[in-house]
Design a protein around this ligand. Structure first.
Ligand code: ADP
Ligand code: MG
Length: 559
């Protein structure tokens, strides 16, 4: 096949422009991204070889190699991993397949001063492979998928187009060659042909990578080619003593496994010894991924068996409501061949899940007690998903409630816990009141709120879809009922609402009957109420009816 030229998708082109003219100050991270991709490719090949005996691939010396040429000003990162087929290169490298990237661009468009804020956005989304264009004016990728005969060469200057051609003699795996821009230390553009620069970057960002990252030195004239030197320690961070590992090292591992460019909020370590030995290193991210509530969201942590990577997204290790937690579990006594089916039935895996769940919840609790600000950030990002556990995980319901907080009429800024709500309850108040709705503002403007406002009774303002569901599932807290102010009859004065004033009922009987008749199709009943102070009327549902927001939610789900 001859060389073919393709146009980048519009989005890809914009992204590349951004990379090329990047104001992102830390350009060194391009190497972390390339090494991270190479490491993933080696993991994938080892797994595929384990599962498929007939795969015609060489897995005898899986490694990553870094190779430089100072005269040609090139840097190559090479792996002998899974590689990509011709079609895969087009899909994975030529387009923006990654939905995170699409969103990145959308946000970028919405940001007025695109260039000025690009750094913040890159930090939020990361752009993987394309980050090579921060330091290179031309990138060539040569790859051959393990088991296939033909290879593919992809090349681009990062402008409008890239080329693809098939290649007959490509080695298994992928090599990415950057033609480097001139060094420009003032703009954080270092000399990436320098051995010392590379050593330093690898040590800083990729030391824990479990595959050897070798630096290939050129032979001086007439000498034998020197042995390549391994730059990283390859030590699994979770297996090293706590006090030997710096926070930065943990954070780099987090970035590698989560593909997030930001630091995590919290690192959690766990060791279990005895009959079933395992180590876990979990991270609470600092920001929720944009697709957390979509169906395709890949949840789960990585599973290793005795330092060998077994699978990504191992769902069995954490319940769905902790799907935002990233990390690694390394179990000593599982088979390397373990399948998802086996995991689903494994008693030990269920034990690990229980223990990890408790540990995550107790970590959130510690945050809440010791570091209010970070807790508040955590809750803002992940409260909506954690509350799903109130419905699905009865065993941990109390622990989840204890770390939950809710917007409330008590304060415009600070959410409250149920515990604090109880302490502020008025004399004679029996129940915990809440109202659900689309936004705080919508709820506050609801006529249902009038009497509560007038009497100074605190109401929780619940705006997440899941709120509709958990309040029913939980029902009571410390013996107090959770009651919607929009449901049933509300008795704020200790008197029955309807019987509030029989004289008035008689006085308005004519009007009430007339309204009942006119609205017979739409409502069940018309009654005088003392829950309003300003509005003339409001709609109320029966105590056991669905609230309007929940009705909307079911309707949206087509039920
Ligand atoms: P991410 O790693 O977050 O998926 P990247 O932009 O870094 O995004 O890479 C895009 C995709 O290209 C990867 O998911 C992978 O499928 C493929 N890829 C990149 N580098 C390699 C490599 N060295 N070997 C095999 N596949 C690769
Ligand atoms: Mg990547």
């Amino acid at each position: 096949m001859p060389t073919e030229t393709f146009e980048f998708q519009v989005e890809a082109r914009q992204l590349l422009q951004l990379m090329i003219h990047s104001v992102y100050s830390n350009k060194d991270v391009f190497l972390r991204e390339l090494v991270s991709n190479a490491s993933d490719a080696l993991d994938k090949l080892r797994l595929e070889a384990l599962r498929d005996d007939s795969l015609d691939a060489d897995v005898s010396d899986l490694h990553i190699e870094i190779d430089t040429d100072g005269d040609a000003r090139t840097l190559t990162v090479r792996d002998n991993g899974i590689g990509m087929s011709y079609d895969e290169v087009g899909q994975l490298i030529g387009t923006i397949a990654n939905s995170g990237t699409a969103r990145f661009l959308k946000e970028l468009k919405e940001t007025k001063d695109a260039a000025g804020d690009a750094e913040g956005l890159i930090g939020q989304f990361g752009v993987g492979f394309y980050s090579a264009f921060m330091v290179a004016d031309e990138v060539t990728l040569l790859t051959r998928r393990a088991g296939e005969k033909q290879g593919t060469r992809w090349s681009s200057r990062g402008e409008g187009t890239y080329t693809l051609e098939t290649v007959d003699d490509a080695p298994q795996g992928t090599s990415v060659t950057l033609h480097l821009k001139p060094a420009d230390p003032e703009n954080q553009l270092h000399d990436y042909t320098s051995e010392w620069t590379l050593r330093d970057i690898v040590k800083r960002y990729s030391d824990f990578i479990t595959w050897p990252i070798r630096y290939v030195r050129k032979a001086a004239d007439g000498d034998d080619t020197p042995e390549p030197e391994t730059l990283n320690s390859m030590k699994a961070l979770w297996a090293r003593p706590r006090d030997e590992v710096s926070d930065d090292e943990y954070h780099e591992l987090y970035k590698h496994i989560s593909h997030d460019w930001r630091d995590p909020l919290e690192t959690i370590r766990l060791q279990a010894e005895g009959t079933f030995e395992y180590q876990a290193l979990l991270f609470l991210p600092s920001h929720a991924p944009h697709d957390l509530f979509t169906q395709g969201y890949k949840r789960g942590v990585q599973l290793y068996v005795k330092r060998v990577f077994i699978m990504d997204d191992c769902e069995e290790l954490l319940p769905p409501y902790l799907r935002f937690v990233k990390g690694v579990v390394d179990a000593a006594d599982l088979s390397l061949n373990v399948s998802r089916e086996i995991l689903q039935q494994d008693r030990h895996i269920r034990m690990i899940q229980r223990r990890l769940t408790k540990k995550v919840l107790s970590t959130v609790r510690d945050l809440m007690n010791k570091d209010t600000e970070r807790y508040a950030g955590f809750w803002r990002e992940f409260g909506a998903v954690l509350k799903e556990g109130l419905v699905t995980d009865a065993d941990n319901r109390d622990a989840i409630l204890a770390v939950s907080s809710f917007a409330s009429t008590h304060s415009a800024e600070e959410p409250t816990t149920l515990k604090d709500y109880l302490e502020r309850m008025q004399d004679g108040q029996e129940d915990i009141y809440y109202l659900t709705g689309e936004s705080r503002q919508a709820i506050e403007n609801s006529p249902h709120m009038e009497a509560f406002r007038a009497k100074g009774i605190e109401v929780l303002l619940l705006t997440d879809p899941v709120d509709e569901v958990w309040v029913d599932a939980v029902g009571t807290y410390e013996g107090r009922k959770l009651r919607s102010v929009a449901k049933g009859e509300i008795d704020l004065d200790g008197k029955d609402e309807e019987a509030a004033d029989t004289g008035r009922n008689e006085e308005y009987a004519g009007l009430l009957d007339w309204m009942k008749e006119r609205l017979a199709e739409d409502i069940k009943e018309v009654r005088l109420s003392n829950r309003l102070t300003v509005s003339p009327a409001c709609l109320v549902s029966d105590a056991h009816d669905l609230t309007p927001a929940l009705e909307n939610m079911y309707r949206a789900m087509g039920q």
